[in-house]
Each structure stands twice: as C-alpha cells, then as structure tokens.
Design a protein around this ligand. Sequence first.
Ligand SMILES: Cc1ncc(C[n+]2csc(CCOP(=O)(O)OP(=O)(O)O)c2C)c(N)n1
Ligand SMILES: [Mg+2]
Length: 384
Amino acid sequence: MAGKSPSTQPKSGARSAPKTAAKKSATKKPAKRKGGARNATKPSSVPTPKPAGKIPDFTPEQDLDAYRMMLTIRRFEEKAGQMYGMGLIGGFCHLYIGQEAVVVGVQTSVKEGDQVITGYRDHGHMIACGMDIKGVMAELTGREGGLSKGKGGSMHMFSREKDFYGGHGIVGAQVSLGTGLAFANRYRGNDNVSYVYFGDGAANQGQVYESFNMAELWQLPVVYVIENNQYAMGTAISRASAQTDLSKRGVSFNIPGEQVDGMDVRAVADAANRAADFCRSGKGPYILEMNTYRYRGHSMSDPAKYRAREEVNKMREEHDPLEQVKARILKAGVLDEAALKKIDTEVRALVMEAANFAQESPEPDPSELWTDIVAPSPAGEVQS
Ligand SMILES: Cc1ncc(C[n+]2csc(CCOP(=O)(O)OP(=O)(O)O)c2C)c(N)n1
Ligand SMILES: [Mg+2]
C-alpha cells in the first residue's frame, strides 16, 4: 500500500520559481489595468468564447444525446424557477440555465468510478450524473422523497451510487475536497479521475491554490473545471480578478490549462476528454476554463441589475448551447422540427412528473431531525 501512495518528494525545479517572481515584482511598478476596479461603474464586456482550433464534430447520436440531456436540465431548471416563484421551494436556489453545455460535455469523458463534485449551482450536475430527477426536485421542495430526505435543499445533495460528492454551499470548499478524492484514487492505484467544478469567483479563494499545489506535487488525477459564467453574484470577473484568463491560474504550479468555449458542447467534450486522458495517464492535474454564461440571476432573489438586458439577449441569441445543437441536427437532416418538438414534449412530461412527485411527497417526519447527523462507524454503530 505504501508504495502506491503519492510521493512527497518535491518535483525538481519547483524551488527556483518563486524567487524569480518575487524579484521581478519588487522592482516593477504596478501597471494600470484595463477593466479593473477603477472601471467598476462601466458595464462589463463579456468575452466571446473562441475555439482554439478545429473542434471535432459530434456524430448524430452524440448530438441527440447531448440535446436531450441539456434540454432536460433546462426544462428542470425552468420548472424549479416557476415552483420557487409559487412558494413551493424555499431557501437558496441557483439555476444553471445557460451553462448546460459544460456539464453535459464534460460527462462524455467520465467513466465508471470517477467522482464529480461541485458548488451550490448543482442541479444540472446531478441530472447529468444520472441522479433521479424526482429525487432532486423533491429535495428542492424539502420533502421526504428528496435525495437528502428533504433535509439538504438545493445546495446539499449527494449520491454514493453515482459518485456525486455534492452540492457545497461554501464557495471553494469543493476544490480541496475534490482534490482529496483525487488523492484517494492515486492512493488506491486506480485510473479514476476526480472532476472538480467551481466558479470564476471561487477561483480567487485561497484554498484553491493550496489544492493546486498539492495536486501537482503529488500528480493527482483531478480535472479542475472552472465554470467562468462571467459573474460572482453581482461582481463581473473584470472587477474582481487581476488575472481574468483563469486557464493560467495553475501556471505557477506547472498545471496545464486551456480556455474552452463552454457554450459549445463539442468543444467542451473535446477538451474534457483530452484533460481526462492526461490525468488517467498519471501526468497530474489539468485545468479547463469553461467560458460560459448564466441567463438568470445569481440566485432566485437576484434582480440582476448589474448587467444590461441586451448583454443577456446577445448571449442567448448568438451562443445558446441548445440552439447550436438543434441547428446542427436540423441542418444534417437527422430530425425535423416535428421530431424535435416530440423530444421536448417527452422531456416536459418527465419534468412535470418530477414536479408532481415533489409536491405529493410528504414532509419529513420530525424524528428525522436526529438522523444522518453522525456517520456510522465501520462496525455499524452510530457514535455520539
Ligand atoms: C466562503 C464563502 N464566501 C462567500 C460566500 C457567498 N457567496 C455565495 S455564491 C458567491 C459567488 C461565487 O461566484 P462563482 O464562484 O463565480 O460561482 P457562480 O455563482 O457564478 O456559479 C459568494 C461570494 C459563500 N457562500 N462562501
Ligand atoms: Mg461565476
């Protein structure tokens, strides 16, 4: 077992780097930045995602699978938003609408035993991981049939069966936990990869860099998927980040990274498979910055006054992930409008079934307040 544990020896060359960087910054005057804090009142400009090279095409089957999954996420989120407005869902609720291509594309590289972990904008990840949409919706309504028995809510769901490790409300917390999952893979000597999703805002969290350091030092199999949706709550990335190219955030740790058009599911899948191959072959961590966009507010209570309506409309009209796939399907003659409409009707029916289940499932029994607080010991007894 000991032979399989990650080496604690520092990699050669790692020590000289900080010295050079420190010397340079001591003599250099701080440069004036464009779009930084001084421009805080200016509207943010959304960087248009650009493909790095030729993106491999999807087969018609891949396009259809991606379309159906992205549509399921979108219709689920629309319904959740509606139910929130009706007072059927309470507490925090962060919708994933606009970002669907990220998780759906990344999932094409996930294999049995790989782990997925994310923050609080997690409904899409759970659906893409194959978790029961009825269980997700019933958790949002706080009912017994929810994946956390109605005790976790939108941000706190988990599935050992699907290797989904949450659902975390503390910004950035999932990065160190997910790096730990990668450590377990390395320790066990398997070829599984841990996929760690976090946002552009979370990318400024200190624990992210402690995690990066250990991940590279121990060559841990972890794909860090930074979902850059351009805002952290109401703060545009250019107002909060000195380095807005988040794919470069691993440079000082020697972690490779790339920027990806996160609105194009083919580009996401291509990059994710490249990153996963890199990690599985024992080369250590990899960073993917997904340039994406959320159409709704940060959470259900956000009126989104920090950005112009036109900005949102432009992204929807020119980059919508579902419309891109739909256009390809129609152009290639794989399906016609009527057949696509039928898929939409089927998806809506599944979401409606989940919504009904989430309203019919009973409230958790008050005795549940005292369960699932402490994990059972390996011997089976619950410790107090
Ligand atoms: C440690 C911590 N600090 C602050 C918050 C409050 N908070 C919740 S979400 C959020 C913004 C995070 O933005 P980003 O990482 O870009 O993710 P996004 O919401 O855009 O998906 C903040 C500051 C928190 N939950 N945890
Ligand atoms: Mg963000």
